[in-house]
Unconditional design. Structure first.
Length: 348
């Protein structure tokens, strides 16, 4: 068993994988595979011995909270759950403690802080990323994104771990179609944006497929184009399902919101803005990963970051079929988080 010895990631934040070098990403993934293979007996399993990791959730979660809490336990430490309502923080609407002060105080208690902050807790796109970077600038311990408005680094890492588990370590030249799916959950951009960035960075041929009106952050698209050029792979955007699914090795379906969501939320409130998104999404009836679309692929694996909106983003038949890797990807969240926590905040 290879035990990763260098620890040059110690003290590093992880707000998006794009902030880490490819070598650093590979190091975390290699360790995640080692930790999966030797789950309860890995030499780095006491990395958080008697140490606390804060998990600060502005928004709900199944996978992220449970997998981070389990990861801290398996590393010998403790994950403490925090919510903004328990912390009297200053906001644009209320007096309270500044992020600068809270970050410095939290650094005195814990060895790392994870933060989840999504659209409905924010006033504009990009504010979540600004808040995480403000915590990072004022904290002396690593700040980890547990999903924010722009990025979801641990989901991106877990996605890659899942592909490698099934398609092999070398993903170069594999076509992944990351395809918008209809649905009623009005999803953030964070998972899809993180995923297209890390996939293009690691040399996969990425096809992003969506109906007109669902453009993502242009800065993220520029990064994907640059990543593809640097890794000698391809990145393309299509609005046609046939073209998207054709010859794909991996299909990743996912709903995401239009860029009007923030404006609508400001003007009409969260519930009305969600209703407007659901009405728009319902017009794109064909945008579901079903067996007919999967038959156009190169016998592709099917993946989804979860939670799955069944029979909207994907049919039960595909999601539960022999090529589905959705639960392996969900499990991979635990292993990549253990690896990153051990490397960034574990005892040396
Ligand atoms: N994929 C993901 O982050 O799931 P949760 O929202 O359940 O944490």
């Amino acid at each position: 068993m290879l035990v990763t010895k260098m620890n040059d990631l110690y003290g590093r934040d992880l707000i998006t994988t794009q902030d880490w070098s490819v070598e650093e990403i590979e190091k975390a993934l290699d360790l995640a595979f080692e930790m999966k293979a030797n789950r309860y007996d890995h030499p780095m399993n006491s990395s958080l011995d008697r140490r606390t990791f804060f998990m600060f959730f502005y928004n709900p979660s199944v996978r992220t909270r449970q997998s981070f809490e389990a990861a801290a336990t398996e590393l010998g430490g403790h994950a403490q759950f925090l919510e903004p309502k328990s912390m009297r923080l200053k906001t644009s609407k209320s007096a309270g403690e500044t992020i600068e002060d809270a970050a410095q105080v939290m650094s005195r208690y814990a060895v790392g802080v994870g933060i989840r902050i999504l659209e409905t807790a924010l006033e504009y796109y990009g504010q979540g990323d600004e808040i995480l970077r403000q915590y990072a600038a004022n904290s002396s311990v690593p700040i980890l994104s547990m999903a924010h408005d722009k990025f979801h680094p641990f989901q991106g890492l877990a996605d890659v771990m899942g592909y490698r588990q099934h398609a092999g370590k070398n993903l170069k030249g594999k076509k992944i179609v990351q395809v918008w799916g209809k649905g009623a959950l009005v999803r953030s951009w964070c998972s899809i944006q993180e995923s297209i960035m890390i996939n293009s960075r690691l040399g996969m041929d990425v096809t992003l497929a969506y109906p007109p009106g669902y453009d993502l952050d242009p800065e993220v698209i520029k990064s994907c184009e640059a990543n593809a050029e640097a890794s000698d792979s391809t990145f393309e955007i299509v609005h046609d399902l046939e073209e998207g699914y054709k010859d794909a090795d991996i299909v990743y379906s996912r709903n995401w919101m239009t860029s009007n969501f923030y404006d609508d939320m400001g003007k009409h409130g969260v519930d009305a803005a969600k209703k407007m998104e659901i009405e728009k999404a319902a017009k794109h009836d064909d945008w579901i990963a079903n067996s007919e679309w999967m038959s156009k692929t190169n016998d592709a694996f099917f993946t989804h970051c979860g939670p799955v909106d069944r029979n909207a983003e994907v049919t039960d038949e595909v999601c539960d079929g022999p090529k589905s890797i959705v639960y392996d990807v969900a499990e991979a969240r635990l292993h990549v988080q253990k690896a990153v926590m051990a490397l960034t905040m574990g005892k040396k």
